[in-house]
Ligand binder design. Structure first.
Ligand SMILES: Nc1ncnc2c1ncn2[C@@H]1O[C@H](COP(=O)(O)OP(=O)(O)O)[C@@H](O)[C@H]1O
Ligand SMILES: [Mg+2]
Length: 252
């Protein structure tokens, strides 16, 4: 089976900082890939590049077997890829409903897209359903999200991405601000989304969560993938060892 998305030999420099140094990545349809690694390993940078938010300094992105050049997150969305960024990127002055539909004027595919953009009742209904599916409590659908708690905002961001994703969803530490129940809801949502055939890329520092939902685990160290394991063939001890750079499956 060909990966739905592949990154080959991605490098990224910020001035003298080498955030990525020949990183590889691949995710299949319907698969959950956990991306783990110590702080600064390059996980978020790789996600920003694969979601069109930033250009790579070098390397290739291959989507459904064809090389793609993403110049903005809109390009990634057009391909059916949605992202929950580590720093969230909701518009703080807009409401949950407005955030849900932000930028969708150009996106006429997807389950919510068919509801029509001019109809605010449909938008409220679509938003409410997306939040309920996640078990996210959003009491005020019309108030600014900037006034909401970190957990509520994270719930909105995850629900929005899951509602629109058709092919791939990137979740960069999506449970960092969440309580126990909301975290369980996000892990359930990851399973549900992957069962629909979507490739899920899940970044987390929680080894129990990783071992719970991942099919495969990619370990990054100093800007590149150093090891890939199938969940059933590895252990937390092995993963932690790989995160310290003690394992090198892939030559640099
Ligand atoms: N916008 C940026 N400007 C300068 N350096 C950055 C920027 N983003 C990330 N870095 C650096 O790149 C490296 C990888 O960061 P990051 O991708 O955030 O790692 P991770 O998500 O694995 O913690 C770190 O050394 C970080 O300081
Ligand atoms: Mg990060």
């Amino acid at each position: 089976m060909a990966p739905i998305l592949e990154a080959r030999d991605i490098s990224k420099q910020y001035g003298h900082v080498e955030a990525l140094a020949g990183a590889n990545f691949d995710v299949n349809a319907g698969e959950v890939v956990a991306l783990i690694g110590d702080n600064g390993a390059g996980k978020s940078t790789l996600v920003r590049i694969m979601s069109g938010t930033e250009p790579a300094s070098s390397g290739q992105l291959i989507f459904e077997g064809k090389q793609v050049h993403l110049t903005s997150p809109v390009d990634a969305r057009k391909l059916g890829m949605e992202t929950v960024f580590q720093d969230l990127a909701l518009a703080p002055h807009l409401s949950p409903v407005q955030n849900m539909y932000l930028g969708r004027e150009v996106m006429r595919t997807g389950p919510l897209g068919r509801l029509g953009f001019m109809d605010s009742r449909s938008m409220r209904k679509g938003s409410r359903e997306a939040f309920e599916k996640l078990g996210a409590t959003v009491r005020n659908l019309n108030g600014p999200v900037g006034a909401m708690s970190g957990g509520q905002r994270q719930g909105i961001a995850v629900a929005r991405a899951a509602a629109w994703a058709q092919k791939v969803i990137f979740l960069d530490e999506p449970t960092a601000a969440l309580g126990v129940v909301q975290t369980k809801n996000v892990l359930d949502l990851i399973r549900r989304v992957s069962a629909e055939g979507i490739g899920v890329v899940f970044i987390s520092h929680s080894m129990p969560h990783v071992m719970d939902v991942a099919d495969r685990i990619h370990v990054m160290w100093r800007g590149r993938r150093v090891a890939t394991y199938r969940k059933e063939d590895t252990s937390m001890e092995q993963l932690v060892a790989a995160m310290t750079g003690a394992v090198t499956q892939e030559a640099s």
